[in-house]
Write a protein that binds this ligand. Structure first.
Ligand SMILES: [Fe+2]
Length: 274
């Protein structure tokens, strides 16, 4: 698989912070003592370091991390899983969406996370490795993450699970509360409620693989956060309390963009460098 680009550019990060905090362009210009035309240019993607550094603090974004993102100086390095974990990145209109599989080599039991735009590459993988999918876990019910659920469920016979807080009831799905545990062979999967981007947004924390793994859906991305106009404060707090506190070497498997780790996001994500 080629390199998956970062989900958001510096101007997307600025726009998400503005939406979340309810600060429009005029207000941002006023607070940062910047010219409205300079803000407009920045928002259109024309990077100006002086202006970016000025607005960052008013949007609770880390200045240096925002500048590194804009200058494309950084891309996450990802620990390799020799076995037991695989990524699928499938295109949907002008975006790509990620889905993931974990499995136990001895029993061949597996669990998948989201469906991708199409589950075809995942189904091929499942057939090739002769895996027995016990669970289909949904991070949240936005269309791009459940697009191929009927086919994935029919072909694997896996049990579908999603959060009891998610407003969309999926046909045939069971629901869990926070801190539910599932097991796939020796792998343990714990549900963390990271609502905000979606009311039942869930992070699945997996132990037993080469590295601790958190499948976070759209709760956050490498160098960014899932958008939310109405529950940004909750999204931020849940990410801070439940994802950024996981062990440093935890691999973050996001709904869009590349894999990353907790320690790298602590140092490079403009929202989470503190
Ligand atoms: Fe998404």
């Amino acid at each position: 698989m080629g390199r998956i680009p970062l989900e958001d550019n510096f101007n997307d990060v600025i726009a998400k912070a503005q939406r979340g905090l309810g600060i429009d362009d005029a207000e941002l210009a006023r607070r940062a003592d910047a010219h409205p035309a300079d803000i407009a240019a920045l928002k259109a993607g024309h990077f100006n370091e002086t202006v970016a550094r000025r607005v960052a603090g008013h949007l609770r974004l880390n200045r240096d991390a925002l500048v590194r993102l804009a200058q494309k100086k950084w891309y996450p390095q990802v620990p390799v899983f020799p076995t037991g974990f695989s990524v699928f990145n499938t295109p949907m209109e002008d975006i790509t969406v990620n889905s993931y599989i974990i499995w136990d080599d001895r029993t061949r039991h597996a669990a998948v996370f989201d469906t991708g735009a199409t589950s075809e590459p995942m189904l091929e993988f499942i057939r090739e490795y002769r895996l027995n999918v016990r669970y289909i876990f949904i991070t949240h019910t936005h269309e791009d993450h459940i697009a191929d659920l009927p086919r994935l469920a029919a072909e694997t016979k896996g049990e579908i699970w999603s959060s009891e807080r998610e407003p969309v009831a999926l046909p045939g799905a069971k629901t869990f509360a926070e801190n539910a545990f599932f097991h796939v062979g020796p792998l343990a999967i714990k549900t963390l409620s990271t609502w905000g981007h979606s009311p039942g947004g869930t992070t699945y924390y997996v132990t037993g693989l080469s590295w601790p793994l958190a499948v976070v859906g759209d709760s956050m991305f490498s160098c960014s956060i899932g958008g939310s106009a109405t529950a940004f404060a909750d999204a931020y707090e849940n990410n801070m309390k439940k994802i950024m506190t996981l062990p440093n070497d935890t691999v973050l498997a996001c709904g869009h963009g590349p894999l990353t780790t907790v320690s790298q996001e602590r140092r490079n994500n403009p929202f989470f460098v503190r």
